[in-house]
Design a protein. Structure first.
Length: 417
């Protein structure tokens, strides 16, 4: 399959604005031309038959860790982006807990230069920090950085000082950029639910006061969901994400293994059910992976002593399709809304499955069951709580600007060129 040819995806279905319907898709020179049934190809058109598959606009993950610069033994931009392509993602946003942290133009340029040179098959748009070095001291120069980043986050650390967070939110509101906050109140018991939701409760009040576009990272507690729900009802510009593991697992599922250790930790069944209700009623608008790879040694020390973080780009869609869509908890269209449409809207990325837009497309084969096997991952990370799970919903093709960047039909999943 060559670049810049007319390609017809034929015989499948498409996901548009939360609805699924049978249709073909024709794209040429990297742009979607037609979405219609029974498109007749001409002699220059390459036909790709996709019966039993659904085509989505490329998935978006607003919370990943690609570990460069500073920690390339865990992951590189190239390996992380390859994993993203395999998962159906065409846009991913790395968090700034790096060395150097992207807290000024010079430090950000180090990361941007690495992204440009990485050969990443998908778009990689990083976050800058909220505070210098993520130390919770001075707020960064948002006006100088905002055009080059997805938003601002001190992910890995909660901003502890109330006045400083309000200052950051006022600046973000003035500049119309997003603050994406890791909420962890260090005055509360470590990793307890209070450490998350107390800071969420503080921040949504500040967001209401300042008018800031405020997004909560990796929500895991029922109280956090309720705080966001109240803030939305009050008219605050607040949104939040959760992750596949919080929607499908609880503390009761955790074994004494590093692949179950992440921050925030797995919670109780009441929290999981609250998150499910949150995605059903629109309180929780985004599902992100918090893809956080570590070396095998760093994750081999048991639950208590392994570093925190799991990988998720290559498992997110099949896990959620199998555990939420197939049982009828949410619709397939809703899942694509949570994983593509909503993050694009909330963060202002744009793009949708429509003629004239870039051909950023993910093709998922829905019917065939397979088993999650971390030894096949393209990510350097192998630590997943979903190891051995039987799932459906494998990504078989990913296109970025019309170029085939992942082909799951071939051994090794490499694009043909």
């Amino acid at each position: 399959m060559k670049e810049n040819r007319r390609i017809l995806l034929r015989g499948g279905s498409v996901a548009v604005d939360g609805q699924i319907f049978n249709s073909d898709i024709l794209f040429s020179d990297g742009v979607i031309c037609r979405i219609d049934s029974g498109i007749e190809p001409d002699s220059s058109t390459e036909i790709v038959d996709i019966p039993g598959c659904v085509v989505s606009y490329g998935l978006v993950d607003v919370h990943v860790h690609f570990r460069e610069p500073g920690f390339s033994a865990k992951e590189t931009i190239a390996t992380g982006a390859a994993a993203a392509a395999r998962g159906g993602y065409t846009l991913v946003c790395p968090m700034p807990n790096l060395r150097p942290a992207p807290d000024n133009e010079e430090h950000l340029e180090v990361q941007l230069d690495m992204i440009r040179k990485s050969g990443a098959p998908v778009s990689v748009l990083p976050f800058a920090t909220i505070t210098e070095e993520r130390h919770g001291g001075r707020v960064v120069d948002m006006p100088a950085l905002k055009s080059k980043v997805a938003g601002f986050s001190d992910d890995g650390s909660g901003v502890q000082d109330d006045a400083l967070m309000e200052e950051a939110m006022r600046l973000a509101a003035r500049e119309d950029c997003v603050i994406s906050a890791h909420c962890e109140d260090m005055t509360q018991p470590p990793f307890g639910p209070e450490s998350e939701y107390k800071q969420v409760e503080r921040d949504v009040l500040l967001a209401e006061r300042t008018g800031c576009r405020y997004h909560v990272c990796h929500v895991s507690t029922k109280e956090s969901v309720e705080a966001v729900r109240r803030a939305k009802a009050a008219g605050a510009r607040v949104s939040c994400e959760t992750a596949p593991h919080y929607l499908t697992l609880t503390q009761a599922d955790a074994l004494d293994e590093g692949r179950f250790r992440m921050n925030p930790p797995l919670r109780e069944e009441a929290d999981r059910l609250a998150l499910v209700r949150g995605i059903q009623d629109g309180t929780v608008e985004v599902i992100a992976t918090d893809h956080a790879p570590h070396t095998a040694e760093e994750k081999s020390r048991g639950y208590s002593h392994s570093l925190m973080g799991i990988v998720g780009l290559e498992t997110a869609f099949p896990v959620l399709y199998t555990r939420l869509v197939l049982p009828g908890i949410i619709s397939l269209g809703k899942l694509f809304t949570l994983m593509s449409d909503n993050p694009r809207r909330i963060f202002g990325f744009g793009g949708r499955l429509a003629p004239g837009n870039p051909a950023d497309l993910a093709v998922f084969e829905l019917d065939t069951e397979y088993t999650i096997d971390s030894s096949t991952f393209l990510s350097k990370g192998r630590s997943t709580p979903f190891e051995g799970w039987p799932v459906r919903g494998r990504c078989v093709l990913t296109f970025k600007d019309g170029r085939l960047v992942y082909d799951g039909r071939n051994p090794g999943g490499c694009a043909e060129g």
